[in-house]
Structure formats: C-alpha cells, structure tokens
Design a protein around this ligand. Structure first.
Ligand code: CA
Length: 245
C-alpha cells in the first residue's frame, strides 16, 4: 500500500484552510483524512488542522488496540473517531471567541488489506478507481447535491451553481453530527482518491478517471491532479491524497 498527499493554497486564496493526514501504523494498514475548513481567516485553518489530527490519532489508537473483525464495529470505530474530532473542534470554538462558528468537512478512509472503510461529513470526496472505472463513494452534504437529488438541477449545473459552497453538514459547528460510513472491497491495482472541492470544482470526473488510470506512482498522480487544478485557475485550496492498493 502506497499513500501520498499534498495540499496547495491555489492561485486566488491568501491562505490554505485545507489539511490532510496520512498514518500508516503498519504495512497493511492505512489511515488517510482530508478536511476543508471554514470560518474566517485563521479559524478555518484551525478547524481543519484539529480535525485531521484528532481523527487520525483516535483511529490509530483504535488500530493499535486491535481492530474488531466485523464490519459494523469497524464502521463504528470510524464514526467514533469522527465524533472525537467534532467534539475537539466544537470545544475550541466554544472557548475562543476568535474561533466562533468555525467548522470543517471531513472525508477519511481506513484502508486494510482487501477492504476499506470511508467516513464522510460535508463536500470533500472519496473516489474509488477499480478496473478502469471511477466510482464516487461519498455523497456531498451540500445544498446543490440536494437540488441534484431532487432533480431540480443537473450535476453539470451543480458544478457552477452560485450556492455550490454551501454545505449542509460540517464538523465542529454543533455537539453532534451525522456521519456517513461506507465499506468497499478492493483488488490489487485499485486506487483511492480523497480530495477537497478545490479539485472537483475545476477538474471533471472524466479527467480524474483518466489520471487515475495512469500507471504512475501515487506521488506523481497527486502532483498531476494538482497541476490540472492549477491550470484551471485553482480558485480554491486544493488537497489530494492518493492511495494505491
Ligand atoms: Ca474548499
């Protein structure tokens, strides 16, 4: 298992409110997480940094204690780590007026030897590339995604919709949060991509799929995806984590 991530401010924003973390407690086990913060110049950075650190530390500790065999309990461990992150961000925001209202998205994966578990809150995304096909695993928790699901706009219209930045779920803005968790099987050669909307708002799924099909190292793939976002003007922070399984 090879894991690589990078984050970039982009060409328009003054600072980078995205964060990511990669932990590999052992050869056959990977923890990856991307957070896209919001809430003022400094607070967004804090929310995403605390989010990735709290989540990955909590999940790594669970892994060290030994993972339960059944999928439901593994999914519960992911949810528990997300709740830990949520609680830490929420408390910081409560205690510090300058952090009031901060929050973050979170998309994360626990990668094992032939399966992976994905947790999602917000509109950062997880894609699974397998046998030439790209599958979006996470569903955005956003105003425009709800409009797409109701058939009011098309996915193409969603990409450029004026309200595309409004998310309907976040970490750190309330005591509790609703968390999606998914389980996927995978085969040798499959790839996982975790990314913030700074990538997916400017690079289409078709282009992402074409990049993931290339037989290159995760490091080169992540750099190629970032370059594509930069070529599109990179109006937002861009974060990309690639796992090659
Ligand atoms: Ca963003």
């Amino acid at each position: 298992m090879k894991l690589f991530g990078l984050t970039d401010t982009g060409l328009v924003r003054q600072n980078n409110q995205d964060s990511y973390a990669i932990r590999q407690p052992d050869e056959s086990l990977g923890i990856v997480v991307v957070c896209d913060g919001m809430g003022g110049a400094r607070a967004g950075n804090v929310a995403s940094a605390v989010g990735v650190e709290a989540f990955s530390s909590a999940l790594e500790e669970s892994c060290r204690q030994g993972l339960p065999p059944d999928p439901e309990r593994k999914q519960e461990l992911l949810k528990s780590a997300v709740r830990t992150a949520n609680g830490q961000i929420y408390e910081l925001a409560e205690e510090n007026p300058e952090y009031y209202g901060m929050g973050t998205t979170l998309v994360a994966a626990l990668i094992l030897s032939n399966e992976a578990y994905i947790a999602n809150v917000g509109d950062s995304r997880c894609y699974h590339w397998s046998e030439g096909m790209l599958h979006q695993i996470s569903q955005d928790h956003s105003v425009v995604q709800a409009l797409v699901e109701r058939g009011e706009i098309t996915p193409e219209q969603a990409r450029t919709h004026p309200r595309k930045n409004l998310i309907t779920r976040a970490l750190g803005t309330a005591i509790g949060t609703q968390i999606d968790v998914f389980r996927i099987d995978y085969r040798a050669g499959d790839k996982l991509l975790l990314c913030s909307d700074g990538l997916t708002n400017v690079v289409t799924d078709d282009v992402v799929s074409r990049e993931l099909a290339l037989n290159i190292a995760p490091e080169d793939m992540a750099r190629a995806l970032l370059t594509l976002a930069i070529e599109q003007g990179a109006p937002d922070n861009v974060t990309v984590v690639v796992a090659q399984l």
